[in-house]
Design a protein. Structure first.
Length: 86
């Protein structure tokens, strides 16, 4: 099954970890992009809690704000102090 899913994810242009129900985080200066989220559970300017398939991802910092949000994708900007997988 893994070879088939890998082939499908290549054709669709998405990462295998996302296609298999996982998630992916990309960090840059003052920004984090998370792919593979199911929902935003809560947010304010100091904490954002995301629902993943089997876990939750907590982003803490100051002046946090959601820059982009659409199905399975979020971009968070601000001063990010910690990221915790719960």
């Amino acid at each position: 099954m893994g070879i088939i899913l890998k082939g499908i994810s290549d054709i669709c242009g998405i990462n295998y970890d996302i296609a298999s129900g996982g998630y992916r985080c990309v960090f840059s200066d003052g920004n984090i992009i998370v792919e593979g989220i199911k929902s935003v559970m809560s947010f304010n300017n100091e904490r954002i809690l995301l629902n993943l398939k089997n876990k939750k991802l907590e982003i803490k910092g100051t002046n946090l704000y959601i820059n982009e949000l659409y199905k399975g994708f979020i971009s968070v900007c601000g001063t990010i102090n910690s990221i915790n997988l719960l």
